[in-house]
Design a protein around this ligand. Structure first.
Ligand code: SF4
Length: 426
């Protein structure tokens, strides 16, 4: 009987023949915490009474969730993280570097075949590189920081095959919102979700990150797109951008033909229209036609889901020579400093600013609700983020709609949820 990708990568790491349902302790290739979780990681690590971290090149702290600090309490946490990183000689990505899920791959900390843990739920993002990566709590992460290992229950796997070609004005965010709407927020609970098919193979890495980022919105442990020539080309470009600084050797892992899946689903997205997740759950899926015309007060372009260069480029194409509607606050948060810089060089930021946007520090922006655009009572936000739970952006009496960068840009112009396809005919 063949193996799935999760069974193979966990077996390779454990040095044992593992199958779904088995438990194993595996060495970790990289792990990290962000500013909301690293304070507890440090406390738990210190409580273990161990003086040294397992490998100071395989752990990072990313200050991204509330960056720059919005208040004294957060400033105290940031100070604690900086002091710990200094004391132990650890990698620290401070304010302005960007969102952890952009920084970790962008800095070459993950390669295909890796096993990566992060004290953040959207760590599943790096499955786009053909790695196994998942979010854990701060206590579990502290154990990895001390030992370089962690325990896993090998998950069952789901195979999702996406056929067809994305229509004009429809993007990978629409595709994954459709899948989540169909399978439900618990449709992949503690499963490893493998994505296949011509529609997946033709996606850029930026689009693939969007898909795997939202794997956890199915409840998945892992979300994986097997590494292929697109992945390898992205890694080659990354090495070039890092002035030849070497990456760890990628290990391309493919599932066996006779691997066993608990669920196999097929979709044809040739006729897919732009999708929107309505308040207050990610699986509350609607076609654009059902929600078009809904009033919005704020539009947000950014996050670890859709704050990459491709996303900014799509939005800028729609916003060029246009103005944001007078009752909309349009906030743009590039996912990293290098994306911010590249967007500036390419004139994308000028397009946003001339349209009336506020471009904020690379990082999580208003996604988690600590600063940078908390909506007021009764207001509606259209966002490229991955979650729309009550209170997600800092106000339980606001409503959040999730959509692609194109839909967010079109909606920012019109002041209500708008179909982006009419802006992308050429
Ligand atoms: Fe979490 Fe949002 Fe930051 Fe992503 S951008 S890591 S979802 S707070």
């Amino acid at each position: 009987m063949g193996k799935t990708i999760a069974e193979k990568i966990l077996s390779q790491h454990a040095g044992q023949d593992l199958r779904a349902g088995d438990f194993a302790v595996c060495p970790i290739d990289f792990c990290f915490g962000q500013d909301g979780t690293s304070g507890i990681i440090i406390d738990r690590f210190k409580a273990l009474g161990i003086a040294h971290v397992f490998d100071k090149n395989r752990f990072a702290i990313v200050i991204d969730h509330s960056a720059p600090s919005p208040n004294m309490g957060v400033s105290a946490v940031h100070k604690k993280l900086r002091e710990f990183a200094d004391e132990k000689g650890l990698l620290l990505y401070d304010i302005g570097c960007g969102v952890c899920h952009q920084i970790i791959p962008e800095m070459g900390h993950v390669v295909p075949g890796d096993l990566v843990l992060g004290a953040d739920s959207h760590t599943c993002t790096y499955g786009a590189l053909g790695a196994l990566s998942t979010g854990v709590g701060s206590t579990d992460l502290a154990i990895s920081l001390a030992s370089g290992k962690n325990w896993f229950k090998v998950p069952e796997s789901i195979k999702i095959i996406i056929k067809g070609k994305l229509p004009k004005g429809v993007f990978s965010k629409d595709l994954i919102l459709r899948v989540i709407g169909d399978l439900g927020a618990d449709g992949g609970t503690y499963k490893s979700v493998e994505f296949y098919g011509p529609a997946i193979s033709s996606l850029s890495m930026d689009s693939r990150f969007t898909i795997c980022n939202m794997g956890v919105e199915l409840g998945a442990k892992f979300a994986i797109i097997p590494a292929d020539k697109v992945t390898l080309s992205w890694l080659t470009n990354l090495e070039a951008r890092r002035n030849g600084a070497g990456l760890r050797q990628p290990v391309l892992v493919a599932a066996d033909k006779d691997a066993v899946y608990s669920v196999v689903k097929e979709y044809d997205i040739s006729q897919l229209s732009p999708q929107v997740a309505k308040p207050h759950t990610v699986d509350n899926n609607a076609m654009i036609e059902e929600v078009e015309g809904t009033h919005i007060d704020e539009a947000f372009l950014g996050t670890c889901t859709n704050g990459r260069l491709e996303d900014l480029t799509i939005a800028a194409k729609i916003l060029k020579n246009k103005k944001v509607h007078k009752h909309v606050r349009f906030i743009v948060a590039p996912a990293s400093r290098s994306i911010y810089l590249e967007a500036m060089k390419q004139g994308l930021l000028a397009i946003f600013i001339e349209a009336g946007a506020s471009v904020v520090t690379p990082g999580c922006g208003p996604c988690v609700g600590t600063h940078n655009g908390v909506p007021s009572v009764g207001e509606a936000v259209i966002s490229t983020a991955n979650r729309n739970f009550k209170g997600r952006m800092g106000n339980p009496d606001a409503s959040i709609y999730l959509a692609s960068p194109a839909t967010v840009a079109a909606s920012a112009i019109e002041g209500y949820i708008a179909d982006p396809r009419k802006y992308l005919r050429t």
